[in-house]
Design a protein around this ligand. Structure first.
Ligand SMILES: NC(=O)c1ccc[n+]([C@@H]2O[C@H](COP(=O)([O-])OP(=O)(O)OC[C@H]3O[C@@H](n4cnc5c(N)ncnc54)[C@H](OP(=O)(O)O)[C@@H]3O)[C@@H](O)[C@H]2O)c1
Length: 251
């Protein structure tokens, strides 16, 4: 990006939260969108809201068929990747955790995220330009009890992004990362497996970031002139000092 031309933007995890907010902003700016998520109905609702044709890819990011379909419909012309699909499952300590939850976090947050880069990076190199923003987290910088595997996946995203940045240096590929603290999305509902009470408690008495706050920062990163890379933005609500330090007002 870095100029006003229409770009082909691929967003994973576009059916909700940060990815959805980013899709709306990119649509407003007139870009061509390729939107990935498992929930087709949510993607269709979003397309209605955008009120023009967008390319919907209703796939699990772990499904190799996604890559085949993406190649078919985009013809390898992806200018911007917002590598956002991800999740946390559970808040139990290691010995009490469900191993299936670990496998899902590792495959979605790491393997599928890395594979998306493996797919689009050769296209970007061939096209001579590209922007990648990986969704990391403050959990990729700080650890906290009950977050062993989620933190491990986000530390891995951080390592992958850094290597990628070094490897693509000088190739007109901007590799960036954004690491938010608490953002009120469906993230906690997913983490607590639909338990709305537990999810609401996460944000009780404090003002979290919104998905629009995070999307605005990504738009800022993308809209810098091409010789400028913002390696990373780490952003938290004013009420948060670290994953474990949150200031809450008594209700
Ligand atoms: N919210 C926070 O506090 C926070 C903080 C730091 C980082 N993050 C990161 O930000 C990213 C977005 O999270 P969010 O807060 O916007 O949560 P969210 O509202 O739950 O959105 C997550 C998105 O990822 C998609 N997704 C999850 N698993 C998928 C899969 N296997 N295949 C395809 N799509 C999948 C979901 O779509 P479907 O369910 O329709 O597939 C949804 O669109 C994640 O990587 C998360 O780790 C969030």
């Amino acid at each position: 990006m870095g100029n006003n031309l229409k770009k082909n933007v691929l967003i994973t995890g576009a059916s909700s939260g940060i990815g959805r907010a980013m899709a709306l902003m990119m649509a407003e700016m007139g870009h061509e969108l390729y939107l990935v998520a498992r929930r087709r109905d949510r993607l269709e609702e979003l397309e209605k809201e955008i009120a023009r044709k967008v390319h919907l890819l209703p796939f699990d990011v772990n499904d190799p068929k996604l890559i085949v379909e993406l190649q078919k419909i985009s013809a390898g012309k992806i200018d911007v990747l917002i590598n956002n699909a991800g999740l946390a499952l559970g808040r139990e300590k290691v010995e009490k955790s469900d191993f299936a939850d670990w496998e899902k976090m590792i495959s979605t947050n790491m393997t599928a995220n890395f594979r998306m880069v493996h797919t689009v990076l050769p296209w970007m190199l061939k096209n001579g330009e590209g922007d990648i923003i990986n969704l990391c987290s403050v959990a990729g910088h700080y650890t906290y009890p009950g977050g062993a595997v989620y933190c491990a996946t986000k530390f891995a995203v951080q390592a992958f992004t850094r290597v990628l940045r070094e490897e693509t240096c000088g190739k007109n590929i901007r590799v960036m990362q954004i690491s938010p603290g608490m953002v009120e999305t469906d993230f906690s509902k997913v983490r607590f497996k639909g338990d709305e009470k537990l999810a609401d408690m996460v944000y009780a008495g404090m003002t979290p970031l919104t998905s629009t706050d995070v999307a605005e920062m990504m738009v800022f990163m993308l809209s810098r002139p091409r010789h400028v890379v913002i390696d990373e933005i780490i952003t938290m609500p004013t009420d948060q000092g670290s994953p474990t330090t949150v200031s809450r007002k008594e209700s």
